[in-house]
Structures are given as structure tokens and as C-alpha cells.
Design a protein around this ligand. Structure first.
Ligand code: ADP
Ligand code: ZN
Ligand code: ZN
Length: 746
């Protein structure tokens, strides 16, 4: 027998599977991880197929050295998924297979952790044996503790018997106790306290949607879009569905869009399902990640909660995938291979016979349109739990504030509301989707703006501890620089700082309310591994009255004592040069507004804007999703934006400016030549352009792109496939990527 093995080395020379001989008696199956010789090296790889014949003469073929895991590492359906993704993305199979297991496991950096255990030997009567140990009270105590015949960690026995090692050794010698080792799993959020909880009585709306989905769940089919307003109790719906899935002996994956949201979700699931819940995301330690992965793979944990990459969790007998806050861009991977977790979920559910549930208070235009077309069954929960009202939203015209002489970043109304909120002992959340202190630095005299030397973006001023002037930082590459005293262009001393970030909001809050404690949550304050959990717990426990943050705090969080939400600058996302700017703005405002008034006290929201009459701001203030969808859908149709078209591009990156430009020009010509000879495809293409990318340099690499707008139609597939094929070609000194409706077009 022969095995086709994909070597875990991403290089075009080894992109194809290699054949290896299976040594006599070695149990090798597809999906197993094996150690194999490659040239003079030992490498690892994954068996993708077995065969009885082979075109290479067997004497020239080398044998598999060993099997690396005592089980099939990549289950068959994930193997098939990896193959499908590699084909779609025109990338090597080795690369998509890497998505299927933790990096630390592949590189072998992580050791399993073991602990010593003691267990009563078979056929030993603990009571009698203890009674016989009259002169050794320690041994007697130990025997009584082991009377339940279960293995006990020696570490735990220490709690009752000081240094039990010697006594256990003696008992083992006497054949009364068996000592051995067992594996221990490193648990994420171990310190999290969770007491078992029971499900509340479902509201009428919750019961209705559960009833609609019940038979699909039992049959392992169906794709649903749940549109439930903020605070309508969507999580309780997931919990009820997972309960049913477990009863059916199957597993579930729950995706959340942001690591910040995992602790809360894990807490809720652990309360109901205990250690059956596993967590997967990039902020776990390597040890935790490998252990959680193995708990899932071996079926110890049947409920997986995680961020985007958890969609590849190796569960078997999948029954349900829930995608919470399905509208979030974070479900699109920003690294290659670029996948959309929602599409992967759909394909897993179809392949593995499971139910898909996408869920949001503000569904993406794309998903809602698909639901209207019948691709998803739409289920709705239009009211908050227990008849609680949606929060009252007031839009403040910041132009009028300025005209009235208020130069503060807070309007008079927001200041008053904050005052009232704090004095009632309530909590407030302030949202601004920009971190740092000032967002750019410019010369008053000549207009020069400080840019990152590696990237084509302006640098942001950050306050840092121990530095009076602060520090300029690049949000793309992380480069640091001191703020200039004089303009590097003209030598003027008139350097000024513009634009506000979360640090400035926090400072302003301290100035206005010196006694109020605040917590800031953005990329800068959440660098430490457990920071999300620590900060959110502190706020939940009332150790601060205000939470200031970026999009990280905008969605999903449930703090009963928050009654006021302030949107400091609603226009930040509205002004982005992206056709999704309005959708993003509507989602962010509606979501963050939804954090207010989730328990008994009603909520209030103040939205500050320089464009208070913009239809998108008006719809968000009314929290009227349908109104927004209708207007936005029409705008997309009129402007030929997705979902009516696919925006696709070939992105060229190179350290050499001219190489990038030249390759881009060649690609543009190839695309045009193809269209010239394929008139049917040409009719499907609305636009082809070759340009500098909007951000022409990132991390020292120049970026150009060929941009296409293609009508959304099955017949237009050939031109999209062409782009994929072109991206897989070889271009001197350049990388070329094909992207279809990517998360950003920068
Ligand atoms: P959503 O995700 O829809 O915004 P959540 O699932 O966070 O809403 O629920 C909002 C709040 O309502 C939570 O505090 C939750 O515990 C509570 N809740 C949900 N369902 C019920 C119910 N059936 N009875 C009582 N309280 C509920
Ligand atoms: Zn200047
Ligand atoms: Zn940079």
C-alpha cells in the first residue's frame, strides 16, 4: 500500500502530494499526520489518500517513518474542506491544511502536560486495608480517600495529607495502590467562576423561532438567518439549540466575531454545559490551544466557542453552527488563504449534515438579501425580552454645538446625561472607532502631515506613560517615532494635532468628572493575553463607571447596569472610502445603542454627528433595520454594488515600486486580452481598472491592483476563475493575490 502525503512545507516545489511506502503493519489512514523523510530532512505531512498502485517503482520510494498522533488528525470531512478551499483560493493544499490544526501542534513545540495519579488497586478492600494500617495513619487516610476506586491526582491528595509521596510509594510496593500518570488539559479562563444555571422560561418570540428550527435541527439540515433586535435574547436561543444538539448526540460550533466576546459566551455555556465547552482563539497559550483542540478532536468537548478560525474545529457528528453577529467583517480572514467563515460554515453544514444559524440585530445586506431570495429561512425576534423598550436615541448636531461655542468633544446633552447617569450610580459606555490621542499631526504653515516611513498612512499620536510628548505610531505596521518639534518640510514650529481618539475621550471624561473611574478598551489596552477578560470583568463588577472603547465594545456585550451610551463621532466610518461605509455605520450605531437599557432600567443613547440628516444616521437612530435595508439595497442596485456585482481584484505587492507597477500593467493586459477574446464574459464585466491601491505602501511593500466589477451571475464564473488562475502564476519579485468581495479594498 502507498500513501499520498502533503508535506507540511509551503513551497511551490512541494505543492503536490508525494507518494510514500506504508511499512508492513503500520496503521495509516487518510487524515493522519505522519513523519516522513524529504531529501535529507525529516518533516511532517498529512496523508490525503491511500492507493494500491503507484507510478513510481516501489524500490525508489521511501517509507513513512512514523504516525504522529494516535488518531486521525484531520477528519475526512475537514480534509475535503481543505481541498475545496485550496481549489477555490488557488493556493497549495499544505496551506489550507494548516488551518485545520494548531500551529504549535504542527511544529511540535508543545508538550502534553501530565500529572501523577493514585488509584486503589483492583480487588483491594479499602476499609479493611485502612484498618490494617494502624501504625501508619497517613497510609490509612490515603486508603480511605481512594475508596471510591477513582484515580486521584497526587496534587489533590496533598490538600489532606502533607507530602503523601512516601506513603503512596509504600502502599504501591505493598500492591494496595496503583500509581500512574494521566494527561491534564490546560483550560482557558480557568479562574472564571461559573455556577450551574438553568434556562429561563422562553419568551413567546424565542419559543416561536425555536419551534420553527426544531425539525431542521433534528434532521441535520437547514440554514437560518435570525434577525433579533438587541436584547431580544438571541443567546438563549443558541443555548436551547445546543442543548437539543447534545441530546441528539451531536456537536456544535458557536462563532463570535471578536475575542472580546468569548469570555462572556464561554461563561454562559459553561454555566449550562460545564466542561463540555471548549474555546479556540488566537489569544490562548500554545498549550491551551493544543489541549482544547485535542479535547474537541477526541470528543471530550462537544461545544466549541471561538473566533473565526474555530470554524475549522475538528468536531465529529456536527449538528449545528451558530454565527453570532454574522454581519461582522471579522469573519473574513485578512490573511491568505482568505476565507469567509460564513461560507465555510455553510459548506461544512451541507457536507456534514448540520443546521446553520446566522444571527444578528443588524444582518449584513448580503445575508438579508439572500434570506429574501430564499437561501436562508428568515426568523425574527422584533422585541426585547420581557417587554423592555429599545433605548431612546437622540442625535446631536455637532455643527450647532460648535456654532454655539462648545469646543469640547462632548455635546452639552451628552455631558448632562453623563452627569445624571453617574449620579444615579449607573454605568455609561462611550464609543469612538479610533484609538490613540490625536489622529494626525500636521504643520500649520505648509500643510505637511507626518506619515509612516514604511506605510502610506499618517501617524497617530499616542500618550504613553513616562513621556510628556507622547509618541507617534503607525496603525498599519506599528512603527514608532517621536513627535517632531519643527516641521521636517519647512522648519516651522507651528506643529498642530488634529482628530480625536479614545485616549482623548478618556482624558476629557476625567477632566469633566474627576471622581469617575474609567476603563478604556481598544487594541492598545488589550495586548496582554487575558486583558479582554480582565477589563470586562472589572466593568461588570462596577469597578469603573464608564467604559470607553472602539468597535471592540460595540456589540454583543450585556451589562445590566449600563443605561447610557454615547457615540462620540458617528461620522468616522461614514466617511470611509468604501461602498460598505453606510452599512458599517448603521451596524455600529445600532449595535452600540443596543448596549443600553438591557435590564430593568431603560436606556438612553446620544449620537453625535456632523451629518445628523444623513438617512443612515436617521435609520440607525430609529433602530429600524428594515428601513435601512430598503434604502441601502436600492442604493446598491443603482450604483451596481454588491450583492448585484462582485468586486474582485488582483492585488500586486512588491518591495520594488517598479516591479509592482509593471506586473500590474501586465495583469491588466492579460485580463483585457481575455475579455477581448471572450465577448460573453466581457458583457458580464462592468469595469476593469488598473490603479495604485488606495494605500500604496504597507510595511515597505508597494501595492497596485487590477480592479473589476463583475455582474453577480453564475455565467460570470469563468472570468472570476481566470483571476484566481492569474494570481497563482509566477511574477518576478511580486506577490499576486486574487480577492473577491474582500473585507477592505485598501
Ligand atoms: P441579544 O443577544 O439578543 O442582544 P441576549 O441574549 O444578550 O440578547 O439577552 C439579553 C438579556 O436578556 C440577557 O441578560 C439575558 O440573560 C436575558 N434573557 C434572555 N432570554 C430571557 C428569558 N427568556 N427570560 C428572561 N431573561 C432573558
Ligand atoms: Zn511645514
Ligand atoms: Zn507603518
Amino acid at each position: 500500500m502507498f500513501a499520498q502525503v502533503v508535506v507540511d512545507v509551503v513551497h511551490t516545489n512541494v505543492a503536490k502530494p508525494f507518494s510514500y511506502l506504508i511499512p508492513e503493519g503500520m496503521d495509516v489512514r487518510p487524515g493522519m499526520r505522519v513523519g516522513i523523510p524529504l531529501g535529507h530532512r525529516q518533516v511532517s505531512g498529512i496523508v490525503v489518500a491511500l492507493s494500491e498502485t503507484c507510478d513510481v517503482p516501489p524500490q525508489r520510494m521511501r517509507p513513512i517513518a512514523r504516525v504522529l498522533d494516535p488518531y486521525v488528525t484531520v477528519p475526512p470531512h475537514l480534509l475535503a474542506l481543505a481541498e475545496q478551499l485550496a481549489e477555490q483560493d488557488h493556493c497549495p493544499l499544505a496551506e489550507t491544511l494548516r488551518l485545520m490544526l494548531p500551529a504549535a501542534m504542527r511544529t511540535g513545540r508543545v508538550q502534553t502536560r501530565r500529572e501523577a495519579t493514585a488509584q486503589l488497586a483492583p480487588n483491594v478492600d479499602a476499609t479493611a486495608a485502612a484498618a490494617a494500617q494502624k501504625r501508619a495513619p497517613k497510609r490509612a487516610t490515603l486508603l480511605r480517600m481512594l475508596a471510591d476506586r477513582q484515580p486521584h491526582a497526587v496534587r489533590e491528595l496533598t490538600a489532606l495529607v502533607a507530602s503523601p509521596g512516601e506513603a503512596l510509594g509504600k502502599l504501591a510496593e505493598a500492591g494496595l495502590v496503583c500509581l500512574s500518570q494521566r494527561e491534564v488539559f490546560r483550560l482557558p479562563y480557568e479562574e472564571m467562576e461559573s455556577s450551574p444555571s438553568v434556562a429561563p422560561t422562553m419568551t413567546g418570540e424565542q419559543a416561536d423561532v425555536l419551534r420553527i428550527m426544531a425539525s431542521a435541527l433534528e434532521a441535520g439540515q437547514g440554514a437560518f438567518l435570525l434577525h433579533g433586535v438587541t436584547g431580544s435574547g438571541k443567546t438563549e436561543v443558541y443555548l436551547a439549540m445546543v442543548r437539543r444538539v447534545l441530546e441528539l448526540g451531536r456537536s456544535a460550533i458557536i462563532l463570535v466575531p471578536e475575542i472580546a466576546l468569548t469570555p462572556q459566551m464561554v461563561g454562559w455555556f459553561r454555566e449550562r454545559f460545564g466542561p463540555n465547552t471548549a474555546v479556540l482563539h488566537s489569544r490562548l497559550t500554545d498549550g491551551q490551544r493544543c489541549d482544547e483542540w485535542r479535547r474537541i478532536r477526541t470528543g471530550d468537548a462537544k461545544v466549541v466557542i471561538g473566533a473565526r478560525s474555530a470554524i475549522f474545529a475538528p468536531v465529529e457528528k456536527l449538528g449545528l453552527i451558530v454565527i453570532d453577529e454574522e454581519h461582522e467583517q471579522t469573519y473574513l480572514s485578512d490573511k491568505h488563504p482568505r476565507y469567509d467563515a460564513r461560507r465555510v460554515a455553510k459548506s461544512r453544514c451541507e457536507r456534514e449534515g448540520a443546521t446553520l444559524l446566522l444571527s444578528s440585530a443588524t444582518p449584513s445586506i448580503l445575508s438579508f438579501a439572500m434570506a429574501q431570495r430564499g437561501d436562508y429561512t428568515l426568523v425574527e425576534m422584533p422585541h426585547r425580552v420581557n417587554g423592555r423598550p429599545l433605548p431612546q436615541v437622540t442625535v446631536v448636531d455637532m455643527r450647532a454645538e460648535l456654532a454655539a461655542g462648545n469646543r469640547s468633544i462632548f455635546s452639552q446633552l451628552l455631558t448632562q446625561k453623563l452627569q445624571a447617569c453617574f449620579s444615579q450610580g449607573r454605568q455609561a459606555m462611550l464609543f469612538l472607532n479610533r484609538r490613540g490621542y490625536n489622529t494626525f499631526v500636521s504643520c500649520r504653515h505648509c500643510g505637511y502631515v507626518v506619515h509612516c516611513p514604511q506605510c502610506d498612512v499618517s501617524m497617530t499620536l499616542h500618550q504613553v506613560e513616562g513621556s510628556e510628548k507622547g509618541e507617534l505610531r503607525c496603525h498599519f505596521c506599528g512603527a514608532h517615532a517621536p513627535p517632531p518639534d519643527v516641521c521636517p518640510e519647512c522648519g516651522s514650529r507651528h506643529i498642530r494635532y488634529f482628530g480625536i481618539g479614545t485616549q482623548k475621550v478618556e482624558e476629557e471624561l476625567h477632566r469633566l468628572f474627576p471622581n469617575v473611574k474609567t476603563i478604556r478598551m481598544d487594541l492598545d489596552t488589550t495586548q496582554k493575553r487575558d486583558a479582554h477578560y480582565q477589563l470586562l470583568t472589572a466593568f461588570r463588577e462596577g469597578r469603573a463607571q464608564a467604559l470607553v472603547g472602539t468597535q471592540m465594545i460595540a456589540k454583543g456585550l450585556d451589562f445590566p447596569n449600563v443605561t447610557l451610551v454615547g457615540v462620540v463621532a458617528a461620522d468616522v466610518t461614514l466617511n470611509l472610502p468604501d461602498y460598505r461605509a453606510q452599512e458599517r455605520t448603521f451596524q455600529l450605531i445600532t449595535q452600540v445603542a443596543g448596549r443600553a437599557g438591557r435590564a430593568d432600567a431603560p436606556g438612553e443613547v446620544v449620537v453625535q454627528s456632523y451629518k445628523p440628516d444623513h438617512p443612515c444616521i436617521i435609520a440607525a437612530a430609529a433602530q429600524d433595520y428594515r428601513a435601512f435595508f430598503t434604502q441601502e439595497f436600492q442604493r446598491r442596485r443603482a450604483g451596481y454594488y454588491p450583492p448585484f456585482t462582485v468586486i474582485a481584484r488582483l492585488l500586486v505587492e512588491s518591495e520594488l515600486h517598479d516591479a509592482a507597477e509593471e506586473t500590474n500593467r501586465r495583469l491588466y493586459e492579460m485580463v483585457n486580452a481575455y475579455l477581448a477574446s471572450h465577448p460573453a464574459q466581457k458583457r458580464r464585466v462592468l469595469m476593469v481598472r488598473a490603479d495604485e491601491a488606495p494605500v500604496v505602501k504597507i510595511r515597505g511593500r508597494y501595492r497596485y491592483h487590477v480592479l473589476l466589477k463583475v455582474f453577480e451571475h453564475p455565467d460570470a464564473q469563468p472570468v472570476l476563475t481566470l483571476l484566481g488562475e492569474l494570481s497563482a502564476g509566477d511574477y518576478p519579485l511580486c506577490q499576486v493575490y486574487a480577492e473577491f468581495d474582500p473585507a477592505t479594498l485598501i
